[in-house]
Write a protein that binds this ligand. Structure first.
Ligand SMILES: Nc1ncnc2c1ncn2[C@@H]1O[C@H](COP(=O)(O)OP(=O)(O)O)[C@@H](O)[C@H]1O
Ligand SMILES: [Mg+2]
Length: 235
């Protein structure tokens, strides 16, 4: 088991944004989290990376209870996130943005090797390494956010709606990249509104509605599920 949420409740003030959420992500899987707007998808991501704390329940990673760990400690132990809307640093250069992902690391030689790996995966980032992040296109910023996450050398990568606002051809590329990363051994947790595409690459999926899980199962079973088809797949 890589990650386990157990009966997680998260509140922003009085209203719970997540209630009784339990999920498991196993080593090597691609698991997607689906759901409409405001269903609690980003809150789930934030609970995993530690930027919000549950009021009830626990978060376990690699067999350890990390509910009380801060974000840095989680990143140092191999969890990374590509946040919603990318959140790159617009005034920093592409290279500086990438190095922000490695700020906790002391293994300089390995950092350089990982930077070479990111540049190999995204040649555009190498070409633009001296350019400010904010001047890059949406698709390039998505590559940058992904490259930055990879610079922490994650074993568990969470991505919050990576396809948002991208042209279809870039969405395709994005999903191919996710599969390539998964093939290198990185476990992937993918939040998406594009359920059809997410289920096409995922092993399993969970569906949130108003902060509660309403469906879960293998990607195939979700694709075949009539409730799923009506509500999320438009078929
Ligand atoms: N910082 C916050 N303060 C108050 N309410 C919030 C905050 N962040 C999210 N919410 C609320 O929590 C619910 C879930 O939000 P979110 O997790 O962002 O959903 P999703 O990512 O599925 O769109 C929404 O009703 C949202 O308005
Ligand atoms: Mg969101």
């Amino acid at each position: 088991m890589v990650l386990r949420l157990q009966n997680v409740e998260v509140r922003y003030g009085a209203v719970p944004a997540l209630r009784q959420v339990s999920m498991e992500i196993r080593r090597g899987e691609i698991v997607c989290l689906l759901g409409g707007n405001a269903s609690g998808k980003s809150t789930t991501m934030k609970t995993i990376i530690g930027s919000v704390r549950p009021s009830k329940g626990s978060v376990r990673y690699d067999g350890r209870d990390i509910t009380d760990w801060n974000t840095s400690r989680r990143v140092a132990s191999g969890i990374a996130i590509v946040p919603e809307a990318r959140r790159i640093f617009p005034r920093l250069t592409v290279l500086e943005n990438l190095m922000m992902g490695a700020f906790l690391r002391r293994d300089r030689a390995d950092v350089q090797a990982d930077l070479d790996g990111v540049f190999e995966m995204f040649p555009r980032l190498k070409e633009r390494s001296a350019q400010r992040g904010g001047t890059m296109s949406g698709g390039e910023q998505q590559m940058l956010a992904m490259g930055r996450a990879l610079m922490s050398r994650p074993r568990f990568l969470c991505m919050d709606e990576p396809s948002m606002g991208l042209a279809p051809v870039l969405v395709e590329q994005q999903f191919e990249t996710i599969q390539r990363l998964n093939a290198t051994g990185i476990t992937i947790f993918l939040v998406e509104q594009n359920a059809t595409m997410a289920l096409a690459i995922a092993n399993r999926g969970y569906v949130l509605q108003s902060g509660q899980l309403v469906l879960e199962g293998t990607a195939d079973s979700l694709l075949q599920n009539p409730q799923m088809q009506r509500a999320y797949l438009g078929t």
